[in-house]
Design a protein around this ligand. Structure first.
Ligand SMILES: [Zn+2]
Ligand SMILES: [Zn+2]
Length: 198
């Protein structure tokens, strides 16, 4: 069976994000970079760019993409890991996990990438949990810290600095794997702290 516009567009978005190493992109850049592919996808369609925009809207509706502004900027938010977010080849393993586990693993693999840098610049390199003393120095003398999405992407959280907390390994695991009440308490706490710091 021929590939549908839906599958074609979805794959194009993921490939595009992988190539550029970023989950955030503008419609204009996306269309420009994929001009030839979009034009040649189907001979039957005279308005392939409209078709692609329609599919992007569909992906947005399904929560796979979100609009981050009114200027045609999208963010890919499905919990699947992008190639540049991986530091080890564990894709197979990750695909079998439930969304929250996948998200945790994605964050864990991404800790040396862009988000971490941005969050560290804003929040420093020590766990945001009040009175936490778990942060330790690595062999290179720098503090070991993880970056956490306070509201998970798959629950509608944004891939943006106001939804990121820097946390120690212990509090990070708690935020993902503790009982529901504890998770909720930590989420409220981190949201409050981050809001105060920004
Ligand atoms: Zn996390
Ligand atoms: Zn901590």
């Amino acid at each position: 069976m021929a590939e549908t516009w839906k599958d074609f567009t979805h794959k194009l978005v993921v490939d595009f994000c992988n190539e550029r190493g970023s989950r955030t992109f503008t419609l204009q850049d996306f269309q420009k970079a994929n001009d030839r592919k979009i034009r040649s996808f189907s001979e039957k369609n005279n308005h392939p760019f409209d078709k692609v925009r329609q599919q992007l809207q569909f992906l947005e509706h399904k929560g796979i993409l979100t609009f981050v502004d009114n200027k045609g900027t999208y963010t890919l938010r499905e919990p699947e890991i992008l190639l540049n977010e991986l530091s080890e080849e564990k894709v197979e393993f990750i695909h079998e996990k439930e969304p929250d586990k996948r998200e945790y693993i994605r964050e864990t693999f991404a800790r040396d990438r862009g988000w971490v840098k941005e969050a560290k610049e804003k929040f420093g390199s020590y766990c945001l949990h009040p009175k936490c003393a778990n942060t330790f120095n690595k062999q290179d003398g720098l503090p070991y810290i993880e970056v956490h999405h306070i509201v998970p992407l798959f629950e509608g959280g944004e891939d943006a600095v106001w939804n990121l907390a820097v946390v120690c390994a212990h509090h990070h695991k708690m935020a993902h794997f503790a009982d529901y009440d504890t998770q909720k308490r930590l989420q409220d706490l981190f949201l409050e702290i981050v809001e105060r710091r920004l």
